[in-house]
Every structure is written in C-alpha cells, then in structure tokens.
Write a protein that binds this ligand. Structure first.
Ligand SMILES: Nc1ncnc2c1ncn2[C@@H]1O[C@H](COP(=O)(O)OP(=O)(O)OP(=O)(O)O)[C@@H](O)[C@H]1O
Ligand SMILES: [Mg+2]
Length: 315
C-alpha cells in the first residue's frame, strides 16, 4: 500500500466506486485533505460525495464519516445563534464622582430620605395601577430644585431590589445632572436623541438598578429636538431595550420654555416641583392649566431649594 492509501492523507482521486480513494481503519472513504475537493465545494456536497464513494456504508460508518467531515470543516458551518445580551446588563457601569450631591442614605437627613421614599411609594403605586412608566419632572420656574428632586427620587426608586430606574437629563438648555452627580464628560444627549449616538454609547449604569442619560452642552433649540419623530423613536427603542420600571426625565421650567410641552407625547404624566421659597400657588395653577387636556399631573413635590447665589441663567 502506498502513502496514497494511508487514511487521512492525500491520494489519487477515487472513481466513484470506492476504488483509489483513501480508506480509514474502519474501511470508509477518508476525506481528501488536498486536491480532492474542488475549491468552493460546500460541506453538504462533501458529505454527499463521501457517502457516495464509501463502499457499502452502514448507518454507523456514515455517521463516522459525517462526524469527521463536519469536525474538519467546523469553520464553514453557520455559527449557532447567539442569545442577545440584556442591553441593561450591557450598559457601561460608572459611579457618581466623589463630589456628587447625591448623598448616601446614611449621610442624608432622615426626614429628606423619608420624604423621597414616601414619594417613591406613592408614585410607584400610581404608575403600576395604570400601567404607566414614563414620568417628566419639571418646575414652574428655574432653580426650584427639579434636578435635585429628580436625582433623589431616582435614587430612592433604585433602592427597590431588582427594579430598574432610568434617569434622563432632558433639560438640554441648562443640564444639571452631570454636575450634580459629579460625572463630567458623559453627556451627549442631543446626539443621542438625534439618533447619532447609540444607547450603549450614551446611557450608563451607576449600579444594578439605576441607569442615567446625561447632557452637558447647552442647547437653545431643544424643543424642536424633543418634539421630533426621531426623538420619539429613540425614546421608544430605549424603553423597549432597557425595560425600566420607571423612566424619570428632568425638563426645563414649564412656565419659561416649551420643551416640556414638546415632550409631553412621550410621557404618561408630570411631577411638578414647587420651591417653598419662590413658587406661588398661581404658578402651580398656571402649570396645571398648561398641561390640562394634554397629560396628567401626577403630583406636586414641595421642595425647599437651598440655593446659594442668584437664580440660574437659561439658554
Ligand atoms: N432640598 C434641597 N436640599 C438641599 N439643596 C437643594 C435642595 N433642592 C435644591 N437644592 C440645591 O439648590 C440648587 C438648585 O437646585 P436644582 O439644580 O435642583 O434646581 P433646578 O430646578 O434643577 O434648576 P434649573 O432651573 O437650573 O434646572 C442646587 O445647588 C441644589 O443642590
Ligand atoms: Mg435643573
């Protein structure tokens, strides 16, 4: 027997009857390693050819030939379907910086933590009872503590084990969340809402139960973007992918800008933030009139903003 007939080595082409083809120890025709298969021949064709040329194959020998061919051609087989990862789990994890104003529960005054927990419980009950999960938070006027309230409410919501809270800074005119959480360099909200930046390039997780979308650059024409179809699609896709229990969106003051009005179709309701020091009852009444017939006011958060210095300037 020449080397041509040593199993598994190259040999002269068979004649279709098993003659001249390399034979293995089990007597079946071995696959040619060189020269036997025309280039571009598929795995299926090679399997068929192997079966055709095997002398009197039994089911067992067919199986062995098939196994050998398949194992030698693994790289040609279609890849098994990959189970997609949970997009929530796939988000980059980034903790708030050391200068974050979001206090640890231990550091927070008991009364403050208790108030946000109470608000969380009431809000969750209302949302669950109605199948809602998209909430806007805004004040009648600037500097009432909307961002402070949004961050602390989100933090409180995120204390619920196994839950998912998504906090979005949609105050594109005067974004405040990145500074409040000491997370610089993470905000490209305009590009994200415009569909130019992907979800996992923009939204980050600060832990298992809280994800945040930040904004950093002041955007005077924010209402156009918030009202756009592409923004609605991006928000819808994000909700589908991340499946948060609550999405909380920080928006500019309602009586000063029309951004919240532009974004109303994307939310189930609005939480109003009133500042004990500056918000008048007529401010709240004016907000309710503005929102009437378009969405529902889910509640009014009475905050005591402890600002130092003048009211913030808006873009
Ligand atoms: N309850 C509070 N306790 C302590 N500090 C607070 C409280 N509420 C607000 N502040 C502080 O007051 C300042 C203004 O609050 P915040 O940025 O939340 O206001 P805002 O309504 O979001 O303002 P803007 O109109 O600029 O978005 C911040 O420095 C914030 O930390
Ligand atoms: Mg703010």
């Amino acid at each position: 027997m020449s080397d041509d007939h040593v199993p598994g080595t190259a040999g002269p082409e068979g004649d279709g009857q098993g003659r001249g083809a390399g034979k293995g120890r089990d007597g079946i025709t071995g696959p040619r390693r060189t020269g036997a298969a025309p280039s571009g021949e598929s795995v299926e064709d090679r399997l068929r050819r192997a079966f055709r040329t095997a002398p009197e194959p039994t089911p067992a020998t067919r199986g062995r030939a098939a196994l050998r061919l398949v194992s030698e051609n693994m790289h040609m087989l279609p890849r098994p379907a990959v189970v997609p990862a949970d997009p929530w789990e796939a988000l980059t994890v980034r903790a708030p910086g050391s200068a974050s104003q979001l206090l640890d529960r231990e550091q927070m005054e008991e009364a403050v933590a208790g108030s946000f927990d109470h608000l969380r419980t009431t809000l969750l009950k209302m949302l669950r009872a109605n199948g809602w999960n998209r909430v806007a938070i805004a004040a009648p006027t600037r500097g009432c503590g909307t961002t402070y309230s949004a961050a602390h409410l989100a933090h409180s919501l995120a204390q619920v084990p196994g839950s998912r809270t998504l906090l979005m800074d949609l105050n594109l005119r005067r974004p405040g969340l990145a500074a409040m959480l000491d997370m610089p360099g993470t905000g490209r909200m305009r590009a994200f809402l415009g569909g130019q930046v992907s979800l996992d390039d923009h939204v980050v997780r600060t832990g298992d139960t809280l994800a945040i979308g930040l904004s950093q650059h002041s955007e005077p024409e924010a209402a156009h973007l918030l009202q756009s179809e592409v923004c609605a699609r991006v928000i819808g896709d994000m909700m589908d992918q991340l499946s948060p229990d609550v999405m909380l969106c920080d928006l500019p003051p309602l009586l000063e800008h029309d951004d919240l009005s532009a974004f109303l179709p994307q939310v189930d309701g609005v939480l109003l933030v009133a500042d004990g020091g500056q918000t008048l009852p007529e401010h709240v009444a004016a907000c309710e009139r503005r929102l009437h017939g378009q969405t529902r006011v889910l509640g009014v958060v009475l905050n005591q903003a402890r600002r130092t210095g003048p009211l913030p300037a808006y873009a």
